[in-house]
Design a protein around this ligand. Sequence first.
Ligand code: ACO
Length: 330
Amino acid sequence: MELLNQIKEQARKLNRTIVLPEGEEIRTLKATDIILKEGIAKIVLLGDPGKIAHEAEKCGAKIEGAEVINPKTSGKRDTYADMMVEIRKKKGLTREEALEMLNDPLVYGPMMIKAGDADGEIAGAINATGDVLRPAFQFVKTMPGVSVVSGAFMMFLKDKSFGHDGVLVFADCAVMPDPDAQQLAEIAVTTAKTANAIVGMDPKVAMLSFSTKGSAKHDLVYKVAQATKLAKSMAPELKIDGEMQLDAALVKEVGELKAPGSEVAGQANVLVFPGLEAGNIGYKLVQRLAGAEAVGPVLQGMAAPINDLSRGCSVSDIVNMVAITANQAQ
Ligand code: ACO
């Protein structure tokens, strides 16, 4: 795909350091081989060096160019533990607890980023989303002005007549189970930024609902209408409209009928779902039934790029996500 090639090319220029906490895992090792060969990023693998070397040899992955760190014996443990105690002092985190936590690569990785020893992280090939995200939330935290982290998917459709030359950006599909209006507004604004930064599109953001412009009356509808208002005031320059149904967002004739005069209806390229149930189910429907390629989730709103993989991910998914993460670390 042309866009993914551009993303990889840009990553090569940036030459970022990406930490992979699941360093003993075979798909991660195979991906490391490809990333190093293609010069997409510098890689740090976390885990037991003996185990990593053994697994790499077993699967034929050449990882000599990667830095390998054992979180249990690393010389940075004391520095990171001091930082952790400082960050979580209000929560009463002790030094002993911090040192214990650092044995976990999913904690060590975010601390490398916090200390400036890495630019981004990818994990989730063998760990649940919550376990990848929690340490990131606790130690890397959100970017200034943003209180909520969410997850976007870039959907590469077969039908190029939709979105930005067949690319749509969906959110939130991965993180926030039940956002309130303020959180939904933040998700809309950060997703528009992601769409522009990674896909290079002029974002046209549809705030999705089962109602278009008051056609239904329900608290769930009012929440989306309120979120639309808030997002407009947070980013007045943004093309954002809602609440609207999916057909009004995507189909020109329906958009003109249900939301006449809208600069988004019928031509949306960013779809913001009202909650995680709709977002997570929605992207999988498009992926499975329409045969779209789903790239993500790209986590947005974090102070540094940390991305979560699906446990069913392939080697090329990991390579692509490393390239995307490197681009986010600009
Ligand atoms: N953005 C920023 N910070 C957050 C967020 C968020 N979205 N959610 C929680 N936090 C922070 C909290 O403020 C808290 O910080 P603190 O300890 O400094 O006070 C910390 O993270 C832990 O908060 P909890 O409320 O205890 O969160 P918990 O760990 O229970 O849950 C989680 C967070 C794991 C992300 C939860 O919201 C979740 O499970 N979401 C669904 C993830 C998922 O399963 N997605 C579907 C699969 S992904 C896919 O299919 C691609």
